[in-house]
Design a protein around this ligand. Structure first.
Ligand code: FES
Length: 319
């Protein structure tokens, strides 16, 4: 049998391709999943659900089910008029979310042990192994998952652990078990206040800006801003060091700093604590309306990664 006989004539194939689909391309939306998504994220405003609420909505779904079911991601994509690929891309990028495929059971509790560099140096690998071996027995339940996670933004409190949505710095196995014992069945039922065991580690005697400067902090940044050191030489050193971002894209830090430095003033930079968008890597820029440079960093952003000092026509606090 030749191919034409099997597939039909080219004209017949073209006619078939032009026929309207009986249902949308891709996965069909499950009615129950759609109802739950609408219940959790609420009605859409007249202009539709804003795209920038996607992470918020993912958190609502994740906290309600201790994970993200693929049927709900498909429903969320439809409700937000996004492609399913976009929703999966964001959901699978962040360690906060756990995608449950094909009806997989949701864990009762997920404990994430940071395996970033600072935490590795503080013994995170041993803690991960210890928690995986002992935590279910310590809690008397077997629905607890202990998994590694990328940097959770508490490098100064290494080793850092996330018990559900609750952070724990300078963690020990026993402290993790004590905090996990207080965890609710679902984190959308959790009280807004962090439990005391988690709060105790949030303020771990941080050093203030003035004290940091007195100890030599930002000396290089000050030298660059004062014209005593060349900004280009610093950027070149960064480029040769091969330092890369840890946000997922692995963008070369030196190239990023050079791109920022090459932009005309005025500029405004903002840094979010530990999240960068999946497509990201570059510092967020927006056209500021005022003159001069403005930099803002969220509290847990480590100062040296906040951006290269420009030292071009900007009044700053280095002098
Ligand atoms: S490396 Fe563990 S919190 Fe950053």
């Amino acid at each position: 049998m030749d191919g034409t006989a099997f597939l039909g004539s080219p004209e017949a194939l073209r006619a078939t391709a032009r026929q309207p689909r009986s249902r949308p391309k891709g996965r069909a939306v499950d009615a129950d999943a759609l109802a739950l998504v609408n219940q959790l994220i609420g009605p859409a405003p007249p202009e539709g659900h804003p795209r920038d609420q996607l992470i918020e909505h993912l958190h609502r779904l994740n906290d309600h089910q201790n994970g993200l079911r693929d049927t709900h991601l498909v429903a969320l994509a439809q409700v937000m008029c996004l492609s399913v690929a976009e929703v999966f891309e964001v959901a699978s990028f962040y360690h906060h979310f756990e995608i449950l495929r094909d009806g997989a059971a949701a864990p009762g509790l997920t404990v994430r042990v940071c395996d970033g560099l600072s935490c590795q140096l503080a013994g995170a690998a041993m803690m991960l192994a210890d928690l995986q071996a002992r935590l279910p027995a310590l809690l008397g339940r077997d629905d607890v998952r202990v998994v590694p996670a990328p940097c959770v933004g508490r490098c100064e409190q290494a080793p850092a652990v996330q018990v559900g949505q609750w952070p724990l710095g300078a963690a020990t196995t026993e402290q993790v078990a004590a905090l996990a014992a207080q965890a609710p069945a679902r984190f959308d039922d959790a009280p807004w206040e962090l439990p005391a065991a988690s709060q105790a580690c949030v303020a771990s005697d941080p050093i203030g800006f003035a004290a940091y400067r007195e100890q030599g902090g930002y000396a290089l940044a000050a030298a660059v801003a004062n014209g005593e050191r060349s900004a280009s030489a610093v950027i070149e050193a960064l480029e040769h060091a091969g330092l890369r971002g840890l946000g997922g894209a692995g963008f070369p830090a030196g190239r990023k700093w050079r791109i920022v430095r090459d932009q005309p003033a005025p500029d405004e930079r903002r840094a979010a604590p530990s999240e960068s968008p999946p497509s990201g890597g570059g510092p967020a820029r927006s056209a500021g309306s005022g003159g001069g440079n403005e930099r803002r960093a969220a509290p847990s952003e480590s100062p040296p990664s906040g951006g290269a000092a420009r030292g071009q026509g900007a009044e700053n606090s280095w002098r």
